[in-house]
Design a protein. Structure first.
Length: 191
């Protein structure tokens, strides 16, 4: 469960904004900082150390803290986190976030957060290769145990969750010392 918790935290704390499409080359973000939510993300810092500074990911950070995943996502990883923005959480039905943050719903919150995390460091270039090798789709097994289906439309990577919801990657390859974050515009939900 330690990996699951770490994956969930990575999702919650890794916050990024912008509108970047993935290309075959992928960006090498290890050499420089990237701006996410008005803050510089340093590739020498871990997911948590960076995420807490993004004003676009305050909901995710609050969820990671409530789920008890901060220490895990500060660990060595590596993790690939598909990190929804505050606007992504705002698209959920009214009251959903408040309900998930209640202590009685800890298990559900951890499940949702870890559904956004894949073990290992999967860059945009890696993901595009997997999609190509899969004939247009790639199935990613999350730390939660469920699957996300990745595909590309008009140069944008899309993630389809177990319930049929679709999230678009809006900023790719935000490198961290313990993984990589890809910012998304929707919260993915496990089955």
């Amino acid at each position: 469960m330690k990996i699951t918790t770490a994956a969930a935290l990575a999702l919650g704390l890794a916050t990024l904004s912008g509108c970047t499409t993935m290309d075959e080359g992928g960006a090498d973000a290890t050499a420089s900082t990237t701006m996410v939510g008005g803050a510089e993300m340093y590739p020498s810092r871990n997911i948590i150390e960076n995420a807490v500074n993004s004003r676009d990911h305050t909901t995710l950070v609050a969820a990671v803290k409530a789920a008890g995943l901060v220490d895990t996502l500060s660990g060595p990883g590596p993790f690939t986190v598909f990190a929804p923005t505050n606007d992504a959480f705002a698209k959920l039905p009214a009251g959903t976030v408040d309900t998930l943050l209640q202590p009685a719903n800890l298990g559900t919150l951890q499940s949702i957060l870890t559904y956004h995390v894949v073990a290992g460091r999967v860059t945009a270039a890696d993901l595009l290769k997997l999609i190509k090798a899969g004939g247009g789709t790639a199935r990613l097994t999350t730390v939660q145990g469920g699957q996300l289906t990745a595909s590309v439309m008009n140069g944008v990577v899309m993630l389809t969750d177990a319930k049929g919801g679709v999230a678009h990657v809006t900023q790719a390859d935000v490198m961290q010392s313990n993984g990589v974050i890809h910012v998304t515009d929707a919260v993915s939900l496990p089955g």
